[in-house]
Design a binder for this molecule. Sequence first.
Ligand code: DOR
Length: 445
Amino acid sequence: MRTLIRNAVCVLPNETRPASVLIEDSQILAIDPSANTAADEVIDASGLHLIPGVIDDQVHFRDPGLTHKEDLHTGSLACAKGGVTTFLEMPNTNPTTTSVAALHDKLALASGKSVVNYGFYIGATGENLAELQAAQRTPGIKIFIGSSTGTLLVDEQAALERIFAETTLPICAHCEDESTVRANRQRIEESGGFTSHLDHSSVRDHAAARIATARAIDLAKRHQHRFHVLHVSTADELELLVEPEGLITAEVCPHHLFFNINDYERLGSLIQMNPSIKTKADNDALFAAFVSGRIQVIATDHAPHTLEEKDQPYPNSPSGLPAVENSLALLLDQVNRGNCTLERVVAAMCDAPARVWDIVGKGRIEEGFDADLTLIDLNLTQTIRNEDQLTKCGWSPWHGVTLKGWPIRTIVMGQTVFADGKVRADQHGDEARFDHARGGYWAVE
Ligand code: DOR
């Protein structure tokens, strides 16, 4: 099967220009094939841009065990609608993904349920070193250095030292310092107790984020272990991210770019997240770090909970918000506002995650790469509505927000999974492949 995408402005690795892209089965066969090339299907993409499919390296799809919030099928449909062609999912499911057997079970589950491509981290427990050493078919190891949703936590220094010293897979971590969080919580409880969701940002404050990120980077440097800082939330952490040796990468999420503590009054628990959202000054510093490249990756930390769960008073309301079907549009809107370039968005959402996690054949529009592609209309204006969301939890913290610039067609391994406003639920994505000998983000390709 050959598909020819004609007349799109393509964001290629080194230039953005009008080009034709010929797909054969699941791969990109040629950029600008000869004019008389035959194809089974021709997509006229005049007026549109073609980018590599988005790779979201941090989602929580709740499958197995918490599937009333989301499952691997509904989460993947939300991806398809959002222009996301590959997701990497976190281990805090039930059971947790903390053994090779659980990892393989999840991969098998996804093969029957996911319409986009997938990969799964293996979670560290402090007692599962042998599993972390044996795991393959994974982007890497996830450590909750601070506790969040679920039971996973590795806080003891000796256990962390062992993981960084005795494993070889790349590591990423949730960095909020557990003792700082506990002390903050106790201080607020003793001085009158919690009064609103604003307290969440005092419990999980700037110091908690900075201390844990510094601790993790220290471990990575001493053990010369590749390390990715998940969801950076403060300006304070940015100065820790200067790493000449090519060991450390970092990511920021849309909620830490676009929400701050002033939004609690309007949105309450809907923006209760771990790490917590911070200040407008943090928003601005994080956005600048994305633009400059100090932060390499944008990912969502898509973490669905039902509105009923979210409606409980603080601190019983769970932390997490859904974002995977709107993240690309949120950033394309910033392109339209002149705040960043389309190329920078593609670098952070498509190319960088593939390089950080050594994903084979993805993240670029290049001959021989997988045909994971997203067509975008930079002139399309749409309003996000809870009732239109495909995530099973059925809401978005951006409900009512109008954005200019949207994905309109998503192609996964050569198959269209989203077009004309509809997802094609009968398609299947593939297991992403990881080649950790490639050397990570800074490796010369
Ligand atoms: O707010 C959060 N929710 N942060 C995390 O790291 C986990 C997530 C979840 O799984 O609900």
